[in-house]
Design a protein around this ligand. Structure first.
Ligand SMILES: Cc1ncc(COP(=O)(O)O)c(C=O)c1O
Length: 384
């Protein structure tokens, strides 16, 4: 594109903005992966991921997108015929069920309507009824990106642990933005991806694996090669990876984790909570309807129902053309019914105010009536 334009701002739920220090680390010439320098880098990444996950569990960095880590989780725990309970509240939690089915599991879904959090009572009842302990694993999506719902992971994981099944958790859009104390919650397997709150481009995934998960792994009969976590475990003992890793992204991850350590875990979580509240207050002041109630509202993604008479397409197109701000459509049956704003990772109060004022401008252009400045005023009072 000729001319001078502002940098596109990614207010989608990933990929997310990447800090300069991370871009600079990625841009350096790659180093050999069988070298002491890479081993040092990898081990510092492992240590910092354990810090962020508040865990002593094993953690492996996979060269894959988040779905790769999801497949690794299933392939290393679930055997054909195993009963897997999948909690479903949207498109990404449904993905767990599909992966488990493709590995031959007998999947039982506990489904709630989109926009609502998981039915914890229904899970409790199902687990209590399983006297013979036939349920092998329960799949959980901590933060449902498709709807902007956060689920009560602590309660759910403790129910699963009390039953004895393995908890398999997608924290793709919560890890690094929300408190996910893996050991305290007793989570067995947890996955996340690089292009969300970890502030990197897409291409790396992370998987945490508990002692209980290793016991289940010893009995697992599913085929696997690239994602055979035993290979990763053996390699990490030698401070390396079984296959050629994306060394540039690992360098980027080292830089992003260093920034996160500098900000501190508590302040990171508080910032995301604050941005959620400010954004929701601003959207409401603009007369917009939020898709998710206060109780289950995600700190990283907010879904909005477009004002009557306006299409999601027109709002997204106007934000992009006029301000170079990208927001996301709904997915599958929610396509055209909601639009989603991501606010995770390298995103700050300033960005929330910017998105709100740009949204007010385009909605006004498109014919929506709202009180000028009301959104920024409402958000600003909360973003201090
Ligand atoms: C909650 C959640 N799980 C899984 C995924 C899949 O990750 P990827 O697209 O990196 O494979 C995403 C992607 O947006 C997600 O938001």
């Amino acid at each position: 594109m000729a001319g001078l334009y502002p940098r596109e701002f990614l207010a989608i739920p990933g990929p997310t903005p990447v800090p300069d220090a991370v871009l600079e680390a990625i841009a350096r010439h790659p180093i050999g992966h069988r070298t002491p320098d890479f081993s040092k880098m990898l081990m510092s990444v492992v240590e910092d991921l354990q810090w962020l996950g508040q865990t002593k569990n094993d953690v492996f960095v996979l060269t894959a997108s988040g779905t790769g880590a999801m497949e690794a989780a299933i392939a290393n725990i679930v055997s054909p015929g195993d009963v897997v309970v999948s909690l479903v509240c949207g498109n990404f939690s449904e993905r767990w069920a599909k992966i488990a089915q493709s590995y031959g599991a007998a999947v039982e879904r506990i489904v709630v309507e989109p926009g609502k959090p998981y039915a914890v009572d229904a899970l409790r009842t199902r687990l209590q009824a399983d006297k013979d302990k036939t349920i092998k694993a329960v799949t959980i999506t901590h933060n449902e990106t498709a709807t902007g719902v956060i689920n009560d992971l602590g309660t759910i994981a403790s129910l699963v642990k009390a039953h004895g099944a393995i908890s398999i958790v997608d924290a793709v859009t919560s890890f690094g933005a929300c408190n996910v104390p893996i050991d305290e919650f007793g989570v067995d397997v947890l996955v996340c991806g690089s292009q969300k709150a970890l502030m990197l481009p897409p291409g790396l995934a992370v998987i945490f694996f508990s002692e209980r998960a290793w016991k289940a792994n010893a009995e697992c009969r599913s085929p696997r090669f690239y994602f055979d976590l035993k290979k990763y475990k053996k390699s990490i003992g030698e401070k390396t990876t079984p296959f050629t890793p994306n060394v540039s992204l690992v360098a980027g991850l080292q830089a992003s984790l260093a920034m996160m350590k500098q900000e501190g875990m508590g302040p990171i979580f508080v910032r995301h909570e604050r941005m959620k509240k400010a954004l929701r207050a601003g959207l409401t002041a603009m007369g917009l309807e939020l898709f998710v109630g206060e109780d289950a509202a995600s700190p990283t993604i907010t879904a909005i129902i477009p004002p009557h008479g306006l299409t999601v397409d027109s709002i997204r197109k106007s934000l992009k053309e006029r301000f170079k701000i990208m927001v996301a459509d709904g997915q599958e049956e929610l396509k055209g019914k909601i639009f989603r704003i991501g606010h995770m990772g390298y995103v700050f109060d300033r960005d929330v105010l910017m998105v709100l004022s740009a949204l007010e401008a385009v909605l006004t252009d498109l014919g929506h009536t709202c009180k000028p400045g009301a959104a920024v005023k409402a958000a600003s009072s909360l973003s201090k």
